[in-house]
Design a protein around this ligand. Structure first.
Ligand SMILES: NC(=O)c1ccc[n+]([C@@H]2O[C@H](COP(=O)([O-])OP(=O)(O)OC[C@H]3O[C@@H](n4cnc5c(N)ncnc54)[C@H](OP(=O)(O)O)[C@@H]3O)[C@@H](O)[C@H]2O)c1
Length: 264
């Protein structure tokens, strides 16, 4: 049965007809988000810096009948972000329902040893890119046709709210990304754009493949669910936040961490 003004249950839990841009969709969490959004009926555009890898992904998505287009973009470069949004505008006829700022990089290095270049590279890739892409997407998101309004999802990290030694610069970018989420949610609510974030704990992707197994074992022991997460477990929450079912949720950053941040 339909809730007054909110559509039927099928409509609330669907992304049919929606359009989405997901940055960093060739691997890991971004790859899972592309598949999940497309699986719920969205048309998705994604990018990364590696053309061959992107094309291989596109081919496999086509085989699965998922509607995904790709283009190369280094999100740390302003001109490439502008070109990406122009491609998206043309691909989706000027209308965008969902922007997922997922592309990001991790740096495990003691703060005392971080160079000016380390700082600037992480700030640009993890934070400035998300801010600028949100600005660029805003005129398209205003035309979103999905019930509940257009959505921006920022992929933050629990490292933005609790301190892991050796990841200070990464942590600053993610802490700021979570605050960006709350500020944009407030500023753009009148435009019917919802802005939310997810803050994963450790998730098994290439990003953490070099982390010392002993360290991971200790981390798992501090996590109530006793393990690291899987990319699809982040993707399902992202999909929910974009759906009409989440139409009254904005400005929230949801920890998806097996309970790591609530554990004593
Ligand atoms: N894995 C975790 O434990 C974890 C935990 C908390 C938060 N996160 C966050 O989740 C997001 C995804 O991480 P992941 O674990 O899936 O990492 P991943 O497996 O390393 O994948 C990162 C994706 O982003 C792309 N990318 C990286 N730098 C880029 C750039 N400058 N321009 C365009 N694309 C770029 C990569 O492709 P190319 O390198 O080919 O460009 C790849 O597609 C990141 O924001 C990360 O901080 C991850």
């Amino acid at each position: 049965m339909a809730v007054a003004g909110c559509g039927s249950r099928e409509e609330r839990w669907s992304l049919a007809g929606a359009t989405a841009l997901v940055t960093g969709g060739s691997k890991g969490i971004g790859h899972a988000i592309v598949e999940e959004l497309a699986g719920f009926g969205a048309r998705v555009h994604t990018c990364s810096r590696n053309a061959a890898e992107l094309e291989e992904c596109r081919r496999r998505w086509e085989e699965k009948n998922l509607r995904v287009t790709v283009s190369v973009c280094d999100v740390s470069v302003r001109a490439q972000r502008e070109k990406l949004m122009e491609t998206v505008r043309q691909t989706f006829d000027g209308k965008l329902d969902i922007l997922v700022n997922n592309a990001g990089q991790l740096l495990f290095k003691p703060a005392a040893e971080c160079t000016a270049e380390d700082f600037s590279n992480l700030m640009t890739t993890n934070l400035e890119a998300s801010f600028h892409l949100s600005q660029l997407a805003r005129p398209l998101l205003i035309h979103a046709s999905i019930a509940g309004g257009g959505s921006i999802i920022n992929v933050s990290s629990i490292g933005g709210s609790i301190a892991f030694a050796g990841s200070t610069v990464y942590a600053i970018t993610k802490g700021a990304l979570s605050q960006l989420t709350r500020n944009l949610a407030t500023e753009w609510a009148p435009n019917k754009i919802r802005v939310n974030g997810v803050a994963p704990g450790f998730v098994t992707t290439d990003m953490i493949k070099d982390v010392d197994p002993e360290y991971m074992k200790q981390e798992n022991s501090k996590t109530p669910l006793g393990r690291s997460g899987k990319p699809v477990e982040i993707a399902s929450a992202v999909s929910f936040l974009c759906m009409p079912a989440a139409s009254y949720i904005t400005g929230q950053v949801i920890c998806i961490d097996g309970g790591r941040t609530i554990s004593s």
